[in-house]
Design a protein around this ligand. Structure first.
Ligand code: IPD
Ligand code: CA
Ligand code: CA
Length: 262
């Protein structure tokens, strides 16, 4: 595990927000049976988690800027250092009582992810990375999967749904990929997709129409686990374009070629 001052403060913040989220998740399971459902309760839990992260991170690093899903951009006196925060990634899962969601916090320095923490409070899985320090899942050092061929690979993806994304483009990409891989998955939490690539569970992941807070922490975690992350043209404008493909060197390259040909 990395014990730098930076990772220590990030971990404290996500653990604190995670304790409240876990309590709220318990309540969501009860609210499923009510006629109104848990939707309002979940958006309150989301905002509360973001408030906790905002307060904790501004206290320990006054002046750093923020990009947060709910509040948007909050300029600090230090614009080179920006916290990029998704207080609850996997909201739809959370709302439906599916225990696959996470808090995602990145420190982006001069536009490039420098440190990241992704925490699933249900499984108590804490993924951390800082530039040059490696990537860890709890105390275990992470390494991306070593598989070299798509036919052996399990690939995760985003799935456009009602009102979201380009369905025609996705369907073409899916048709190109699904006959070439060992398995396809869709978790519903992009931060965990990237964390699971870093952990070697997924060989690759791609998704379009994401936001910086879905990806920034996962990008540094994958890179520090020895993986490769790019946009869907193979460039480094992941955060700007809101699209990502990640995996080991060979699988990312081969999957990207399939998607480009779709
Ligand atoms: C969503 C999740 C999901 C992805 C969506 C995101 P949210 O984030 O990461 O996996 O497919 O595009 O918006 O809304 O749950 O924070
Ligand atoms: Ca998200
Ligand atoms: Ca969110």
């Amino acid at each position: 595990m990395i014990r730098t001052p930076l990772i220590t403060v990030m971990v404290q913040a996500v653990r604190k927000a995670g304790r409240a989220l876990i309590r709220d998740f318990g309540e969501v399971e009860n609210l499923q049976v009510s006629a109104k459902g848990p939707a309002n309760f979940v958006s309150a839990a989301d905002r509360k988690a973001e408030d906790t992260l905002f307060q904790e991170l501004s206290r320990v690093r006054p002046g750093f800027s923020f990009l947060m899903e709910e509040r948007g951009r909050v300029e600090g006196t230090d614009s080179a250092n920006e916290w990029v925060v998704d207080p609850l990634d996997g909201t739809t899962n959370f709302l439906h009582g599916i225990p696959l969601f996470a808090i995602s916090v990145a420190l982006v320095r001069n536009g490039i992810p420098y440190a990241g923490v992704i925490f699933n409070p249900v499984t108590d899985e804490l993924y951390v990375a800082e530039k040059g320090q490696g990537a860890f899942l709890n105390d275990r050092r992470l390494r991306v999967a070593a598989r070299r061929t798509l036919i052996d690979s399990v690939v995760s993806c985003g799935l456009p749904h009602l009102g979201r994304g380009n369905h025609g483009q996705f369907n073409r990409e899916l048709a190109a990929v699904q006959t070439k891989v060992a398995g396809l998955r869709r978790t519903g939490a992009a931060s965990l997709d990237l964390a699971w690539v870093a952990a070697g569970r997924f060989d690759a992941f791609w998704e379009r129409d994401l936001e910086a807070w879905d990806m920034a922490a996962g990008m540094i975690i994958v890179r520090e686990a020895g993986g490769y992350v790019s946009d869907l043209d193979g460039g480094d404008k992941v955060l700007e374009k809101g699209e990502v493909i990640a995996g080991n060197e060979d699988i990312r390259r081969d999957l990207l070629a399939l998607l480009k040909g779709a």
